[in-house]
Design a protein around this ligand. Sequence first.
Ligand SMILES: [Zn+2]
Length: 81
Amino acid sequence: MDVGGGRHPEATMTVTKHRTCANCGSRAIPVVYGMQSYDGFQRAERGEIEFGDCVIIEGESPAWKCTNVECGLEFGQLSYP
Ligand SMILES: [Zn+2]
């Protein structure tokens, strides 16, 4: 039986689905701009993403939002290709 190296694929993934709020330590989710698709709404209902404004203000629009409603810290900068 070949079990390979026993390395879990998750261990090599570098994609970050959420970050930790620097203010309260709660989970922070990505703020998504301009994507109002059905899939987007479903993800928002599950609390995986937060909808931002339709217009991105470069330098002001946050990339992450804290899920703690008493905190609600928005932080990070969107990066543009
Ligand atoms: Zn917070």
